[in-house]
Design a protein around this ligand. Structure first.
Ligand code: NAP
Length: 525
């Protein structure tokens, strides 16, 4: 495949034969590496974990053991933070151009290994082939994009105005120190690579904790950074369980800041507890309850396809997934008919297979959440598609649930609570104002989409919707598909803490603090 055939989450024009054949080869390689034991990596050395290891199984078939991963406890966290603090003092003094060069090598390595990384994510997360390749490609682009931010800003050092002829004033952005980087399961490479590369290129060291369900992808990122030339201790890999060692990590006194992507509950808990003696940076990207609005003038085929893709891509386990639709009552019946018909056409099954679009959810907890929500939808309204766990044939060994669409009253909590499972709720509205009002009732404000042929409605939607990533008439995904440098990904309200998102032009600067330097020159004497 050439660079021109890069796979994004909304790819077309890809040479699929070449893609699939390389993906097949990568699957063989990754499967042959499965089942091994893995350690933590602290200060460049392999370290055993003090807690019981994590058994990493595939959600496609839990009999497939991908590996056994060491689980860090308080002692390893302590060791990692200490090592990171020591290494950071040297790393911060490395000229920023060298830090950029190192991270650009990491981006190149991600691109070089993208098929293996994608095959691994397909097995570890249950992503379809194109979704997992999108994750790998985005990871490389994120690293490069954040490197460009250092370059464009000249290392974030600039000459300032002189208030007298005898002074020289410089403004410098400098790293904070050690960041805890905590990532979720659903984009185990892109989000881990994005958050950590921004922290690193700015001159921080990182203690990285991948999600319990995706330690192997996290380890691959560690290996890439190491091979790219990051000095020992600058990036430390501490796999572990959030419930066991998460608090010890972000509460560690040697942690100077936290960059976290995950659920609102975990993120807000960190935010509330992080700053004690002084305020520490806490960069949170959190959940979503993303709405698509389908208005009277919409192209209903485009709307149905866009909603289907965003609701059921990665089984709705994207923070940007469409999980609710407000449809104008005049077009509700034909829209729903098209949406249900298109969704029925998706092939469900093992997502490592080339034509499967819809795979398993991540774990049993997600299945239980789905079953509870589907039962609620059945009680409160009407299930239009799906509604149950899938256990036929090979599916019995994985975490499979049916893509589900339900019509429920607008007052239902299913319109407001993030579920992160493939349950899409639909409500009818009389007009745009009601649709926007309902959409804004959720505590979240991540992505939103509208389908309408009326430019005035698009303008009003952009002006009034409370969400950071907004799309109009996006057939390839109503609310999904953001890409570095194209769609900054900033969560509003309960979806984020910073007001400046990943994938956006202001991201890297957030990992630094400003220092003003005034020198009174000799000539002033
Ligand atoms: P999660 O349960 O909140 O976990 C996220 C990370 O936090 C994991 O590494 C988890 O570790 C860790 N964690 C758990 N408890 C912790 C604690 N007490 N202290 C420190 N860390 C702790 O989220 P998830 O299920 O992995 O991911 C799904 C969520 O992420 C959804 O809410 C989704 O919307 C959100 N998300 C947001 C974005 C965005 O850009 N806004 C992107 C992707 C995902 P364990 O896995 O070991 O428990």
């Amino acid at each position: 495949m050439t660079a021109a055939s890069k796979v994004t989450y909304t790819s077309a024009n890809v040479d699929l034969d070449a893609f699939h054949s390389q993906f097949d080869d990568a699957l063989v390689r990754i499967r042959s590496q499965s089942g091994e034991d893995h350690l933590l990596f602290i200060d460049g050395a392999a370290v055993a974990g003090s807690l019981g290891p994590i058994l990493d199984t595939s959600p496609i078939d839990v009999r497939i053991v991908l590996g056994r991963f060491a689980a860090a406890g308080q002692a390893e966290v302590d060791r990692a933070v200490t090592a990171a603090a020591r290494a950071q003092r040297v790393w911060a003094r490395v000229p920023w151009q060298e830090r950029v060069a190192c991270l650009r090598r990491a981006a190149a390595l991600v691109r070089h290994r993208k098929f293996d990384l994608a095959a691994l994510m397909s097995l570890e997360v249950g992503k379809s082939r194109l979704e997992s390749m999108g994750d790998a490609e985005e990871s490389a682009d994120l690293i490069d994009y954040y490197c460009s931010q250092m370059e464009d800003a000249g290392g974030f050092r600039r000459t300032m105005a002189a208030m007298t002829p005898i002074e020289r004033n410089t403004d410098v952005l400098r790293p904070y120190g050690v960041f805890a980087c905590i990532s979720p399961f659903n984009f185990p490479l892109a989000l881990s690579a994005g958050m950590s590369s921004a922290a690193l290129v700015a001159g921080n060291a990182v203690v990285f904790k991948p999600a319990e369900d995706t330690p192997w992808t996290g380890l691959k990122l560690y290996e890439i950074f190491r091979e790219a030339g990051l000095p020992p201790g600058v990036f430390n890999y501490v796999s572990g369980r959030g419930s066991e060692m998460g608090d010890a990590l972000w509460q560690h006194p040697g942690i100077d800041g936290v960059v976290f992507t995950g659920s609102k509950d975990v993120g807000l808990n960190i935010y509330r507890g992080l700053s004690r003696g002084w305020v520490k940076p806490c960069l949170l990207e959190m959940g979503g309850k993303n709405a698509a609005l389908v208005m009277e003038s919409a192209d209903l085929d485009a709307a149905a396809e866009g909603v289907m893709r965003s609701a059921f891509g990665l089984q709705n386990q994207k923070c940007s997934a469409t999980s609710r639709v407000y449809v104008h009552r005049a077009v509700a019946a034909p829209f729903v008919e098209k949406l249900v018909r298109q969704s029925k056409g998706m092939k469900i099954g093992d997502p490592t297979e080339r034509d499967v679009l819809f795979g398993p959810v991540i774990n049993e907890r997600a299945v239980a959440r789905f079953e509870q929500a589907a039962a609620q939808a059945g009680r409160e309204g009407k299930i239009l598609l799906g509604g149950r766990r899938l256990t036929e044939g090979r599916l019995a060994h994985g975490h499979y649930v049916a893509p589900t669409i339900a019509s429920v009253p607008l007052s239902s909590s299913l319109f407001r609570d993030e579920l992160f499972v493939p349950l899409l709720v639909i409500g009818e509205v009389p007009d745009l104002a009601t649709a926007i009002g309902e959409a804004n009732k959720a505590e979240y404000g991540l992505t939103a989409g509208i389908f309408t042929r009326d430019p005035a409605e698009i303008d009003r939607f952009f002006d009034e919707i409370e969400a950071g990533v907004c799309y109009a008439n996006k057939r390839t995904g109503a609310t999904t598909g953001a890409w570095p440098g194209a769609q900054p990904f900033c969560g509003w309200k309960g979806s984020g803490s910073t007001g400046k998102g990943g994938c956006g032009p202001y991201y890297v600067a957030q990992f630094m603090r400003e220092q003003s330097r005034t020198v009174i020159t000799e000539s002033g004497r």
